[in-house]
Design a protein around this ligand. Sequence first.
Ligand SMILES: [Fe+2]
Ligand SMILES: [Fe+2]
Length: 242
Amino acid sequence: MKSSVIEIAPGTYRISTFHPDFGLQFNQFLVDDDEPFLMHTALKKMFPVTLAGVSSVLDPTKVRWIGFSHFESDECGALNEWLRVAPRAQAACSFVGANVMVNDFADRPARALADGEVLEIGRHRLQFLSTPHVPHCWDAGLFFETVDRTLLCSDLFFHPGDVEAATEADVVGRAREAIVKNKSGPMGKDMPYTADTDPTLRRLAALQPRTIALMHGSTFRGDGERALLDLAGVIRETLGTP
Ligand SMILES: [Fe+2]
Ligand SMILES: [Fe+2]
């Protein structure tokens, strides 16, 4: 496996590795600034590939923040490897994530972020949004880079395949197809539909992102508000009814 790296917004890099066993891309996002921020570590077993991708952009020992949405191996499985490589690195996640999972799992304590709290990392600002159960897990949250309006959306808009790095085409249709296809399979119960699901997606849409950085699939460039409202409709239709 090998990572491919492109800049998706000024100073924000998509480090993408296609994993043939899963048939999907694992995408990490590196925001290069005074305090470099890495969104997702990818799987622990992918650490050497991810490290090589990050090293092609900056000195990996300088990584300061490791953000992720929720406690799963593709989100933070290589956290301890990163904490070893980068002596100043610290996980940044939700209060629940830090206190229920990460502070036991990780070799150094995480910074627990409150809903709406902003990490000022230099030119870029990363706002943490608490989004329990969106895309899934109690501890879930997302980051929004407010200067260039990039939403780091984790598993939202999930679509498989070794797809193009970035697109202005319809990612909602691809996400719908994946949800419908997965629904009856062993991975089909990934997203519970709760009373908070639709308001959370509407809150994300109101941020009006210009770029939506998907963990699995192509980065979307275009009308992020429309894409998120359309995704909310798809999720309501496919998961919100029995
Ligand atoms: Fe996930
Ligand atoms: Fe994921």
